[in-house]
Write a protein that binds this ligand. Structure first.
Ligand code: 5GP
Length: 206
């Protein structure tokens, strides 16, 4: 007998440069019972990004409208732009009987935890400061001033790790994805999430 598990939210947060995007991509490829929650953002589209695939790119006015209509499950300002998760996006994922994967920051995570949804928070850390600086440098043509600003933001983000249920260090991508897969599998096996468990156990009564 295989039990179905109640669907839940998996939040991945990390400072930029910790490899969260690569992790999400691998997870989605590996586990077809997970779907990515695609956020809305007011930040401009980067090269290679597709609307509705990476983000739903909207204007400030559209974002404001959504807030007024209470359409967001959570929203926050990150690096000067606004990001948010639409309630409808998560409803659609749960309707497909999938778990929802969120690539959002600590502010969004805090709001999700206050909602009535079941949330599992995973914080991804880079293996060392040296490696983090290296990754940040290869990511952009940053000036020294810009790098310092980013490092400060990274430190602020990292200070929120105690609020998460799990912390994973991304030294080796494959290993990290494997560990997160184990976390998700264990969370699915939680007694409270197993649908029809009591009904099944009751069959053993004599
Ligand atoms: P980027 O613009 O580099 O894709 O993302 C910048 C930051 O915004 C990342 O830390 C990412 O996790 C966060 N982010 C992306 N979407 C959302 C969202 O819907 N809500 C919140 N709170 N943060 C988000």
């Amino acid at each position: 007998m295989v039990f179905k598990s109640k669907n839940f939210c998996i939040v991945l947060s990390s400072p930029s440069g910790a490899g969260k995007t690569s992790i999400s991509r691998r997870l989605l490829k590996k586990d077809k019972s997970i779907a990515l929650s695609i956020s809305c953002t007011t930040r401009p589209r980067r090269r290679g990004e597709k609307n509705k695939n990476d983000y739903i790119f909207i204007t400030d006015e559209q974002f404001d409208k959504g807030i007024k209509k209470n359409e967001y499950l959570e929203f926050a300002k990150v690096f000067g732009y606004r990001y948010g998760t639409l309630k409808q996006t998560v409803i659609n994922i749960f309707n497909k009987k999938k778990d929802a994967l969120f690539d959002i920051d600590w502010q969004g995570y805090q709001q999700l935890k206050q909602s009535n949804l079941e949330v599992v928070g995973i914080f991804v850390l880079p293996p060392s400061k040296k490696e983090l600086v290296k990754r940040l440098k290869t990511r952009a043509r940053d000036t020294k001033k810009e790098m310092k600003k980013r490092m400060n933001l990274v430190q602020n983000e990292i200070s929120h790790f105690p609020e998460y249920d799990y912390v994973v260090i991304n030294k080796d991508l494959e290993k990290c994805v494997e560990q997160i897969t184990c976390i998700i599998e264990s969370e699915r096996l939680k007694k409270s999430r197993l649908i029809d468990l009591t009904k099944f156990v009751n069959r053993f009564r004599i």
